[in-house]
Design a protein around this ligand. Structure first.
Ligand code: ADP
Ligand code: MG
Length: 723
């Protein structure tokens, strides 16, 4: 069986001894060595050009087209010194992947030689045909023109390959009409909106320097690693990224012996190389550890400006996959590769800050006196309350449906965890004014040799989808495989809207009398809590009581992608996105259409795979075993022995239900009676997926009975525990 050969390949694997010497080249020397950083720009660009670029990058000023030629030429020289022969405009289509089109620097000349060239125009603008990318109706195939436009705010970098390197330029991807066809454009637009309104609040508080207020993001990435031989022996993993079958192993994650355990050697070697590659790309990876499920790990970088963080996150996923291959591993980014053990998320830590104000969600020592912080925090509360549906919609996907609401991931109900200290302050404000902050105190351990530690003001709550974690919010519902751009666009825009609301109130109240500020802040926050306070929940989000309580509070509980996606285009959301110039109604609809289509396609692929595996791998194994039992039974009878037919009966029953389930799923897959996208999603969600689950139950039962040497698929224990 493919399984046997996979196991044997794993057993006989020679360990790679790739050594990375951090002595010869210290780690800090790798950092950003392949990035066209500000330092490189400063060194290679004339001063006025450099200044002009920096004012675009740091302050959001319009890019001066006149500088493009000089930047292009400096970039090309830098890249060619590093061995680059090509440049690529990198963009982020709605598929969620990273796309790139490569062009050579070299053009033939009339004397038969070649000349390297790279003009400002080539830097600023590309025109990939790209008609095959989903546009959700914005473009028909005959109107294929799409443009990639240089995003100055995200640094260009070199991607190395043993056979040649490429200069990569992060770009936005838009249609001939200027409409966004990608994930980046709305991130940039939403950051602009957030800055505009945050400035107004800062003005009210007397901070008028105008330093750009950027949203910041720190995405923690969870992933699984399994041996690549198993990956290739499982058509479901290879094609759908998750196992569609697999009985629960006798040992799962119940011992909690993997979480933060010692990192296995092969995995650590992989991590070191992946981190070094990320380091070269200027991606500030910081944290690595074993996660809860066997074979599950996490990597987290230091936060960056949201737009750069989003690009870096895409590079991180690519790098994890690429480096895993070198170590004979497959990196699984799917939200739920294995049933019965934890799935993988991507916690997106979010805040806003500027060079002069620092982090605006930092409460400081005495948060009750920090009115500016309280206003921004209240704006977040209001935003999340008013746009729960949107936040749920932007994390909706076929993969994430298996994770959200399961007992290890945040529930599908969106709520905010504030922690004791902030909750207490907001309660005080509601009652008329906050006069104190709960002290954070010191940690007493009762061991003299351990130093006393200052205690955090709030505990953690792992069950909350949107948690305040000391100086930022952590959106924990994002799936491990998803681009973080959608969630960032949603957070930036809904918070921009609420900050706008707050700014307007405060401006009005203080127009004639600046000393009215404190009273205005007090009544603004009290008003927000009154209207939106129901979104705050500090308890156990996994509990069934919370589901009841949330229903009483009237919070949304959108369990599936089919329920959640339509909230993208709810009248309030559509109005908000167009008012803040983030997505026009047409762009928004195109996104809904694309995501619905992707949901349906993902489920269809899984269903077809399930049928294929069940018919061509499971059924044959089952009847071979059935035949073996039957002939043993017949043979024994002829020589006068009796044979207990329990197992044969069970197998025969299971073979029958296998055939029935296959037939039913086949019918469900081939039913194309849906007349619109909503119906098509509902059909996948309510008919196809449940039928796949029924089929899975039978197959997983069979796995418990069938002779081990006949079972074709690598099992959970093999995949999860062989290191
Ligand atoms: P935990 O597992 O406790 O949530 P990690 O250290 O794994 O913490 O990840 C925390 C993430 O939050 C890091 O990426 C960190 O850089 C990020 N973060 C910290 N401060 C901010 C901030 N102001 N804005 C955005 N992200 C932040
Ligand atoms: Mg973490």
């Amino acid at each position: 069986t493919p399984r046997r050969s996979a196991v044997s390949a794993v057993t006989n694997r020679l360990s790679q001894s790739q050594t990375i010497s951090f002595v010869d080249v210290p780690a800090q020397d790798y950092y950003a060595s392949n990035v066209f950083t500000k330092a490189v720009m400063k060194e290679r660009l004339p001063k006025p050009v450099f200044k002009s670029l920096i004012s675009t990058i740091d302050s959001g000023h319009a890019l001066d087209p006149a500088v493009a030629d000089m930047v292009a030429s400096a970039m090309k020289d830098w890249a060619m010194e590093k061995g680059a022969t090509h440049y690529a405009h990198v963009f982020y289509p709605l598929t969620g992947i990273t796309a790139e089109k490569h062009d050579s620097f070299f053009s033939p000349t009339s004397d038969g030689s070649t000349l390297s060239e790279f003009s400002g125009k080539q830097l600023c603008q590309g025109e990939p045909d790209g008609s095959s990318f989903p546009s959700g109706g914005i473009r028909v195939t005959s109107q294929a023109r799409g443009y990639t436009i240089w995003d100055v705010t995200s640094p260009a970098y070199i991607l190395e390959n043993p056979n040649g390197t490429t200069l990569c330029i992060p770009t936005a991807f838009v249609s001939w009409t200027g409409e966004a066809l990608d994930k980046k454009t709305p991130v940039l637009r939403s950051m602009q909106a957030l800055n505009k309104h945050a400035q107004r609040v800062l003005n009210v508080f007397g901070h008028t320097d105008g330093a750009f207020v950027a949203s910041t993001a720190g995405p923690e990435q969870e992933y699984f690693l399994i041996d690549r031989n198993f990956y290739y022996a499982r058509p479901d993993l290879l094609n759908a990224g998750r196992t569609l079958f697999g009985a629960k192993p006798p040992k799962g994650q119940e011992f909690d012996d993997h979480y933060f355990g010692a990192i296995p050697e092969r995995v650590l070697a992989f991590m070191c190389e992946a981190e070094r590659e990320l380091f070269k790309l200027g991606i500030p990876v910081k944290t690595r550890h074993n996660e809860v499920a066997p074979g599950q790990f996490e990597v987290a970088p230091v936060f960056e400006s949201a737009n750069v963080a989003a690009d870096h996150q895409q590079l991180m996923m690519l790098t994890l996959n690429k480096v895993a291959t070198k170590y004979g591993l497959a990196c699984l980014l799917h939200e739920k590769p294995f049933k019965g053990v934890n799935g993988s998320g991507k916690h997106v830590n979010w805040s806003l800050g500027s060079s002069s104000q620092g982090n605006m969600l930092d409460p400081g020592e005495t948060p009750h006196e920090n009115a500016q912080f309280l206003v921004f925090c209240a704006a977040v509360i209001r935003a999340v309350y008013k746009h729960q549906g949107l936040l749920r919609a932007v994390v909706a996907s076929a993969g994430n449906d298996h994770r959200l609401g399961a007992n290890e991931a945040p529930p599908a109900i969106i709520s905010i965890f504030l922690g004791d200290q902030l909750t207490d302050i907001f309660e005080q404000i509601k009652k008329g004014g906050a006069s104190s902050s709960l002290p954070s105190g010191t940690l007493e351990v009762g061991v003299d040799v351990l130093p006393p530690l200052p205690k955090d003001a709030g505990d953690r709550n792992r069950t909350s989808p949107f948690a305040f974690t000391g100086n930022r919010f952590e959106f924990r519902a994002v799936g491990s495989n998803q681009s973080i751009s959608g969630p960032l666009v949603a957070m930036n825009t809904i918070i921009a809207e609420s900050v706008d609301f707050c700014a307007t109130k405060l401006e009005q109240a203080t127009k004639d009398d600046p000393s009215a500020l404190n009273g205005a802040v007090q009544s603004l926050i009290a008003e927000i809590l009154d209207e939106c306070g129901d979104i705050i929940f500090n308890g156990d989000g996994y509990s069934s009581e919370w589901h009841e309580e949330a229903a009483k509070r009237g919070l949304l509980n959108l369990k599936t992608t089919a329920d959640a996606l339509p909230h993208l285009i709810s009248p309030e959301n559509a109005a908000m996105f167009s008012e803040y110039g983030v997505l026009s109604e047409r762009e928004l609809h195109s996104r809904l259409e694309t995501y619905q289509e992707q949901y349906c396609m993902s489920v269809d692929v899984e269903a077809k795979l399930a049928l294929n595996i069940a018919r061509t791998m499971i059924f044959p194994a089952a009847i071979r075993y059935q035949n073996e039992l039957a002939s043993t039974c017949a043979n024994l009878k002829t020589v006068g022995y009796s044979f207990d037919t329990d197992t044969l009966d069970a197998i025969t029953g299971l073979v029958k239900s296998l055939q029935d389930s296959i037939a039913k799923l086949d019918l469900a897959v081939n039913d194309d009676s849906a007349t619109n996208a909503d119906e098509a999603c509902r059909h996948r969600c309510e008919i196809v997926l449940p039928n796949m689950l029924t089929l899975r139950e039978t197959v997983d039962k069979l796995e418990e009975f069938i002779a081990d040497d006949l079972w074709p698929l690598p099992t959970y224990q093999e995949m999860l525990f062989i290191k």
